[in-house]
Ligand binder design. Structure first.
Ligand SMILES: [Zn+2]
Length: 491
């Protein structure tokens, strides 16, 4: 049998990097030469989707190969499996949100990492805290003003003038500062230089995340004005200003691409580049007003599941396959099983995903607080959990920009796609229950064992309950009784 020659794994995630802003994915601007070259000489997945539109769901999901939310006390992560198989493991991830909305998940996410460095000093944490407090205040102030009220008409122009003339005073730049890609590289390289055996290194770059503070933008005062307005009064941004924000976003991609180039140069200098598998992806994308004027990816209740926030790059380099493009729809929770296959170690039973290079063609499940979606090659169905009658259906072949909801005219198709999703979620629920022996919340169960008369039986269950959050759709009462049969727990 042929022996695997590679051994190190360098896993790079770029927060907020949407797939369609890379030149290798069709973006006209050549802002990503390093990533493009990697894609050209490696394997590029053109239809990779994050399982959630924001970090607190997405990162725990791909680290543990589970549909988000992952729940507590998850036993295995990509790092824990690799560590058991002789890898030194480290993460450099300066985003507190990687632990999920529930901080107790931190124990699960960090499992298996010898080093897990958030790289945030006390001063930076304090600044971030002050920045978020200021933001809460501004959001409250905005609501208080009520957009069309007289106070708003009076106060907004004053606010706009002040932040235009004195952006630094009104919104100190220090509040936005997080470790840059270069800072992360320094720590990561130092760690690599101390390794004497094969390693798994996870780097999570934050520069592409707002405030999009690119060192390449020559008007730093304007940059601060734009981002302050973006945070405080996003609906007041003009089209021209949104285009400027896109330019800023692109410049941050260019900056991170340069940092990745520097990291690769260092790996080459240490004779590690050719001996490593390199994986590049993102935890989610970012919106620039494509749908309903929504910007960014935050706002856990409001964020929608359009492609601009879930379509992410996915590139493998240093594996046997080269110069390949794979167009099937895949999901990031398949990363864990894929890495296991690539380094020839058994995939743990707790990983829900499958090897990305297998012939399987399942599509992607995307879950958020308010919506759940199934993304296939042809269609995307999005279900509003609190009001399933508001399901949306998009024909991605004839309407790739998801502009026309065709659910009303295609009730039968909606029904079938919902059933497919229920089937996937039911399988997943069973697997999780068998593995984790999850105790069922009987109150929730009794709520859902009531007769259901809707044609396609969909609905929303309490999000905090593990079982119900896995099976966020209501199957028929028959199907549901099988999924949530309390006797299963006694087995
Ligand atoms: Zn993120």
């Amino acid at each position: 049998m042929k022996k695997k020659v590679f051994k190190n794994i360098v896993f790079i995630t770029i927060d907020c990097l949407r797939a369609d802003h890379l030149h290798c994915m069709g973006y006209p601007k050549e802002i990503s030469p390093t990533i493009d070259a990697l894609a050209k000489n490696g394997v590029k997945f053109t239809n990779a989707f994050s399982n959630a539109p924001y970090t607190p769901y997405s990162v725990p999901s791909f680290i543990t190969s589970r549909i988000p939310p992952i729940g507590k006390n998850v036993k295995e992560t990509i790092a824990s499996i690799l560590k058991k198989n002789g890898y030194a493991t480290a993460a450099f991830a300066p985003n507190p949100m990687v632990f999920g909305f529930d901080i107790t998940q931190g124990e699960s996410i960090t499992r298996g990492f010898d080093t897990f460095d958030m790289m945030l000093s006390c001063k930076q944490k304090y600044r971030l805290f002050m920045g978020s407090m200021r933001q809460y205040g501004m959001n409250y102030f905005r609501r208080l003003l009520k957009e069309e009220g007289w106070m708003y008409k009076f106060a907004y122009p004053m606010y706009d003038k002040i932040i235009y003339d004195f952006p630094e005073f009104f919104s100190p730049k220090e509040n936005f500062i997080i470790p840059s890609a270069e800072d992360i590289n320094k720590c990561a390289i130092k760690w690599i230089e101390n390794q004497r055996s094969k390693f798994f290194l996870w780097i999570h770059y934050m520069d592409v995340h707002e405030p999009y503070s690119s060192p390449f933008y020559d008007n730093q005062k304007e940059m601060l004005y734009l981002i302050t307005k973006y945070r405080d009064f996003p609906n007041k941004l003009t089209k021209h200003e949104i285009h400027k924000l896109i330019d800023l976003y692109d410049l941050t991609i260019k900056y991170v691409d340069g940092a990745i180039h520097d990291l690769f140069e260092k790996l080459k200098e240490l004779n590690l580049f050719e001996n490593s598998i390199i994986i590049i992806t993102a935890d989610h994308g970012d919106a620039f007003g494509e749908h309903c004027g929504i910007l960014g990816h935050g706002g856990k209740f409001k964020v929608r599941l359009y492609d601009e926030v879930i379509h992410v790059p996915l590139i493998f380099f240093g594996i046997e396959k080269k110069g390949m493009q794979i167009n099937k729809v895949v999901q990031l929770l398949d990363l864990g099983p894929t890495i296991c296959e690539l380094v020839d170690i058994p995939t743990p039973a707790s990983f829900f995903g499958e090897n990305l290079f297998s012939k399987s063609h399942k599509g992607a499940i995307i879950n958020s607080w308010s919506y759940i979606a199934n993304r296939t090659d042809k269609y995307k169905i999005v279900i509003n959990k609190s009001d399933p009658d508001k399901s949306e259906l998009y024909d991605l072949i004839n309407d790739p920009l998801e502009e026309v909801d065709i659910s009303d005219k295609n009730r039968h198709l909606v029904h079938n796609l919902k059933q497919e999703m229920i089937s996937v979620l039911s399988d997943y629920s069973k697997k999780r229950k068998m593995l984790d022996i999850i105790s069922i919340n009987r109150k929730i169960f009794s709520k859902f064992s009531a007769p259901i008369d809707a044609e396609y039986h969909s609905g929303y269950s309490d999000f905090q309950d593990e079982t119900s959050s896995m099976v966020a759709l209501k199957p028929s009462s028959d199907q549901y009784s099988k999924i949530l049969d309390p006797s299963r727990d006694k087995v």
